[in-house]
Design a protein around this ligand. Structure first.
Ligand code: AHR
Length: 324
């Protein structure tokens, strides 16, 4: 009895949080060749995420894919509920950007048992069993962290004194937070003058970035560099730095990741010093992969997004043509 009531409550909850949009008609069993995708998004924590959601929704429409979309508000339990609801609805393919890396095996096994292919987009899971998903489309976050570190090493190549760095990490346990931290540490670790004096999560949001940077500034009078795992946290930190009477980009050098419009504007304005690009425009490739896996065609196990980096001068040149 309890189990039946729980199931009803769960079905009701997921029905509330799962909205449908996009073109095409029918999913499994429609027999008309069109496909239905269930997409479990992380949330709306950053400018990057908003651009990513738009890319997925627009691309679904253009590709004639019916999209069932849910926003997990940065909670793993909400993503798991959404995925279960997509399994119940017998969608043709499930795609999701996992909020954290671990804890997915059970629900992914349920999808596999229901013969619904899964595509990881943007973020990875740490499951040992790679048969639980068909492919992983997204950036190389370790490489992004390395690029941030390489700029720093070059920028301070002649410095003799210690370089005091504070780090704003992304969501704890998420692939981009883990990997961007690791890649950066690997590169700067080769020279002991680089010292990470404080490192804390800012949850990929502007508000938390500001709050944590305020705390960093209070307890560390000699910060030389801020490394923020995304633009939004960097932009929040800029407010904190200005509030403390310091000049962002000069008194404290700032490196961020993403290259969304607001971040690129701050880079062009001299408030950020360097941005490592992370492209959110994954929608078109996702739809292509989805069509292939539904047809049972072979797809590469890993599809890495092409990305670049931006200096202040480069930001001024490309700002007006940025899509997001
Ligand atoms: O997973 C990609 C990261 O998630 C982006 O860098 C960040 O802005 C977002 O929230």
């Amino acid at each position: 009895m309890f189990r039946r009531i729980s199931a009803l409550v769960l079905a009701g909850l997921t029905a509330m949080s799962v909205a449908s949009c996009g073109g095409g008609s029918g999913g499994s069993g429609s027999g008309d060749g069109s496909i239905t995708m269930g997409f479990a998004q992380v949330g709306a924590e950053s400018g990057w995420r908003t651009a990513n959601t738009k890319s997925v929704q627009d691309s679904a429409k253009n590709a004639g894919v019916t999209l069932k979309f849910s926003d997990a508000q940065q909670k793993q339990e909400n993503q798991i509920k959404a995925i279960r609801s997509y399994i119940q609805q017998k969608v043709d393919v499930i795609a999701f950007s996992p909020v954290v890396e671990s804890g997915w095996d059970t629900v992914l096994k349920e999808a596999k048992d229901a013969k619904i292919p899964v595509i990881l987009t943007d973020r990875a899971v740490d499951s040992k069993d790679t048969s639980l998903y068909k492919t992983f489309l997204g950036s190389d976050f370790v490489e992004e962290g390395k690029k941030a570190g390489q700029w720093l090493v070059q920028e301070y190549k002649d410095a003799k004194d210690p370089v005091n760095i504070v780090e704003l990490q992304g969501t704890t346990g998420s692939a981009p937070a883990n990997d961007r931290k690791a890649g950066f540490a690997q590169v700067i670790g080769a020279d002991p003058k680089f010292k990470v004096i404080a490192s804390q999560t800012g949850d990929f949001t502007r508000a938390k970035g500001k709050e944590v940077m305020e705390a960093f500034l209070k307890s560390n009078p000699d910060i030389d560099v801020l490394y923020a795992h995304n633009d939004d946290m960097g932009l929040g930190a800029i407010e904190a730095i200005e509030g403390a009477g310091k000049v962002p980009g000069k008194d404290i050098k700032i490196i961020t990741v993403d290259a969304v419009k607001d971040g690129m504007q701050a880079l062009a304005d001299g408030k950020i010093n360097y941005i490592v690009e992370c492209s959110p425009l994954l929608g078109p490739q996702l739809m292509d992969l989805a069509k292939k896996v539904v047809k049972g065609e072979q797809v590469p196990a890993r599809v890495v997004t092409e990305e670049t980096t931006f200096t202040q001068e480069q930001a001024k040149q490309v700002l007006s043509s940025r899509q997001y």
